[in-house]
Design a protein. Structure first.
Length: 94
């Protein structure tokens, strides 16, 4: 449902959550970070953890369900502030 609301149903988006197989995650990240992918948004939960989730293709982070543990939110936000990021990143907390 969030995908339909965020992108209005007419833009491409990717999604990663706890049910996304670990083996498919690197391909999703690579696709999103590619400048010619045409992907408008990457929806993922703040609980999607693991090494290598670097979303340097992002310029906005929207935390729509903040966690009680502030460290989890900080980690989610900093996935966009990685080495190689050349865009300004804006963080929104709903």
């Amino acid at each position: 449902m969030l995908g339909v609301v965020v992108v209005g149903g007419w833009r491409r988006y990717l999604r990663m959550d706890g049910s996304t197989p670990v083996s498919k995650r690197p391909d999703l990240i690579k696709k999103f970070n590619s400048p010619d992918s045409g992907v408008f948004a990457f929806l993922l939960t703040s609980r999607v953890g693991g090494v290598g989730i670097n979303l340097t293709g992002a310029d906005r982070v929207i935390l729509f369900e903040p966690d009680w543990n502030p460290s989890t939110d900080i980690q989610a936000r900093e996935r966009c502030w990685r080495i190689g990021q050349d865009r300004d990143v804006t963080v929104y907390v709903l």
